[in-house]
Write a protein that binds this ligand. Structure first.
Ligand code: ZN
Length: 236
């Protein structure tokens, strides 16, 4: 997880300041937002919040960029503006993107999971503390335009590291209902296969030196590790 501390580098209001709270005891929610922009980062959002909205500083505590980099933007004890009526009880996490028209990127999802699990641990909160902005009563917004139930399930899944011949692979796997799932494309590519997706037949082809291996799709994205691949993987 790469967290870049940009707290002191962001645009700030010349005279206004956010109020502060006692830390852990008062925080009940981690609120997920999307930026509703195509691109941007903590710097541009801070300028917008300060210059256009006349806020004391950026509204979010963390911004997760499209490549999964996390920008730390406010101390957790800062009561910033991001969810009306609940600011004093919550931490704001903004995922860059407009999820009414694009999908959440794998890197962002992975970064969000690490950050959020970390915060939940630290604040001694359960997964139900993670809310979408639009799940709060009175918030007339589509933000974050994500299926929060699915996202919470993703955040809650146990992560598994994948090793090949004692070397850790830069791919993630998940435990779900007692089975280990791994995304087939990164795994195939790490193993030197070309991965092709046939959406008409719902089939994945792993191609290497004229050898064609075909595996049946089990879900849109994750495939249960098939037996012959399983042999070369050990979990830790
Ligand atoms: Zn929002």
């Amino acid at each position: 997880m790469e967290i870049i501390d940009v707290r002191k580098q962001l645009a700030r209001h010349p005279s206004k300041e956010y109020s502060k709270r006692t830390l852990e005891s008062s925080i009940k929610y981690l609120v997920i937002h999307h930026s509703a922009t195509l691109g941007g980062d903590a710097f541009s959002f801070a300028r917008y919040h300060v210059n256009s909205l006349d806020w004391p500083g950026i509204g979010y505590h963390y911004v997760i960029l499209e490549d999964g980099t996390i920008q730390w933007t406010n101390d957790l004890n800062v009561t910033s503006y991001h969810v009306k009526g609940y600011n004093s009880q919550s931490i704001g996490i903004c995922l860059v993107g407009d999820f009414t028209i694009e999908i959440l990127r794998t890197e962002q999802k992975a970064a969000a999971r690490e950050l959020i699990r970390n915060l939940l641990d630290r604040l001694e909160l359960g997964i139900d503390a993670v809310k979408g902005h639009n799940e709060f009563v009175g918030s007339a917004t589509a933000c974050p335009a994500l299926d929060m139930e699915t996202l919470r399930q993703f955040l809650n899944m146990e992560q598994v590291e994948v090793y090949l011949n004692n070397k850790k692979l830069n791919i993630s796997a998940e435990l779900k209902n007692g089975a280990t799932y791994v995304a087939i494309r990164p795994l195939g590519e790490v193993l030197g296969f070309e991965v092709e997706w046939d959406s008409e037949r719902n089939r994945v082809y792993l191609i290497k030196d004229d050898i064609l291996e075909q595996v049946q799709q089990e879900s849109n994205y994750y495939l249960s590790i098939i037996n012959n691949i399983k042999k070369i993987i050990s979990e830790v």
